[in-house]
Design a binder for this molecule. Structure first.
Ligand code: UDP
Ligand code: MG
Length: 340
């Protein structure tokens, strides 16, 4: 397919979510500084502090004070990775935005390849992990299973093994800003969007330092958000399971009635009753729970709370490329409130 190259090279925003990453920050700054020297055109780095409790905030502010390309955005508490990157993407001013992790698992040097593809005319460039160094077998296996399951269940095409390391053109960022959902599965949202998308592969490195901030529980939650947010298959399963069990019950009922009518003396039948009742009530609870997952989402959506709260912001390194550039952060971002 023939693509029209970008008319000119424009500004780049790097968005980096940070949650208790004091152990890697110095190394990250070093790699970013080197990277930015190699990129032509203006670059800004938005460090989104997702309520860190260690010295991350102080380290980033110190860096921002000496290097105008860095911007510190402190959220008022821990809102979670997906909300943190949402905040960064909404506040970024670049004509392309690149999201990457703070722990150097996403090698900053890949940014060159992402920008190359962007200049070829792609709007969204995903970085796909070809290998996952230093991650447990369990994490690799569960991630693998999950991506495949999600793709089977949902109607949209979400690239397998793609995390949140990607480049997004301003057009797609504006589309993203217009998507209000509370439970965000960001990679799915970009998959859904369309536009011209492509994939660049990379080797996922080991975490440079520190521990993973994704506990098993957070991982399960993210997986659930992905499935519930992009598929209504679980609701259909509830229907089919209900139908299957009802059919079995009818058959069994017919059988019982028949032998009763034939005059077979029935023993008290306690065992079958007990099994049936517990099986059915278990299924009932499961179905209600499934429906509840969707109702819970509706509940959260109707409250319409802001997705994140910016408590502190050192301001934008370079002016937004948009002409109607709003002055205050609260106006700049459709989903944030600036706390007093
Ligand atoms: N992170 C965040 N908020 C959280 C958890 C994680 O901003 O509640 C950040 C974290 O600092 C890192 C990125 O999200 O930059 C990815 O987290 P992590 O490396 O722990 O996840 P993993 O690579 O193990 O999946
Ligand atoms: Mg990591």
């Amino acid at each position: 397919m023939q693509m029209k190259p970008c008319a000119e090279f424009k500004s780049i925003s790097l968005v980096i979510p940070v949650y208790n990453e004091e152990a890697v920050l110095q190394r990250l700054f070093g790699r970013l500084d080197r990277l930015m020297d190699q990129i032509e055109g203006p670059v800004e780095v938005l460090m989104v502090d997702d309520g860190s409790r260690d010295s991350s905030a102080a380290m980033i502010c110190a860096k921002a004070a000496t290097d105008a390309r860095y911007r510190y955005i402190g959220l008022s508490r821990n809102f979670g990775h997906q909300s943190a990157i949402t905040a960064g993407m909404e506040l970024a001013g670049g004509s392309a935005v690149i999201v990457m992790d703070a722990d150097l698992q996403d090698p900053p040097e890949l940014v060159h390849d992402l920008i190359d593809q962007w200049q070829q005319g792609f709007d969204i460039v995903h970085a796909r992990r070809r290998s996952r160094q230093g991650e447990t077998r369990f994490k690799r296996l569960s991630a693998n299973l999950f991506y495949r399951l999600l793709n089977r269940l949902s109607d949209i095409d979400i690239p397998v093994d793609v995390g949140d390391f990607r480049l997004i053109d301003r057009r797609a960022i504006e589309t993203f800003r217009a998507m209000p959902e509370q439970d965000r599965y960001v990679r799915g949202m970009f998959g859904w969007m369309g536009y011209r998308q492509t994939i660049v592969e990379f080797m996922r490195d080991e975490r440079a330092a520190g521990k993973t901030k994704y506990s098993l529980f957070k991982m399960l939650r993210l997986a659930l958000d992905g499935i519930i947010g992009f598929s209504d298959a679980p609701l259909r399963w509830a229907l089919w399971a209900g139908a299957g069990v009802s059919l079995a019950a009818i058959l069994y009922g017919t059988y019982v009635l028949t032998i009763a009518l034939l005059g077979v003396r029935l023993v008290s039948g306690w065992a079958s009753l007990a099994v049936l009742t517990s099986l059915l009530s278990g299924l009932n609870l499961l179905m209600i729970g499934t429906v509840g997952l969707y109702v819970g989402r509706i509940h959260r959506e109707t409250k319409g709370r802001p997705l994140y709260i910016v408590a502190r912001d050192t301001g934008r390194p370079f002016a937004s490329t948009r002409a109607d550039d709003p002055v205050s952060v609260a106006d700049a971002s459709p989903h944030a409130r600036l706390w007093p």
